[in-house]
Design a protein. Structure first.
Length: 106
């Protein structure tokens, strides 16, 4: 906002220079960093799925039309919140699709 130097109007006030604002840490909260993503990927590769995640994967593989809802309810009970359950369901679905693509290619 540039000031006009006039006492009245939309841009009233002394003519001053705008200060550059420093980016605060709170601006990057919730974003996944490169290092964290890499560490999680390696951990998943080495350790594999947790027992409850394997159960979710099995539900997705065998479940029919109502599998999504059952998976969601199971994940919500284990993880505690709606958002986490939805994220986990999508995560395991993507793992399942990668496994299927790998089997089809082999």
């Amino acid at each position: 906002m540039t000031r006009s130097g006039l006492a009245k109007g939309a841009n009233k006030g002394h003519i001053t220079e705008q200060k550059e604002r420093v980016a605060r840490p709170s601006r990057s909260k919730g974003k996944l960093g490169k290092r964290t993503a890499l560490c999680r990927e390696i951990a998943r590769e080495v350790a594999g799925l947790a027992p409850y995640e394997r159960r979710i994967l099995d539900m997705i593989k065998t479940g029919g039309s109502s599998a999504d809802k059952r998976v969601y309810k199971f994940a919500k009970r284990r993880l505690g919140s709606h958002r986490r359950a939805l994220a986990k369901r999508e995560d395991i679905k993507s793992i399942n699709s990668k496994l299927r693509a790998k089997q089809a290619g082999a």
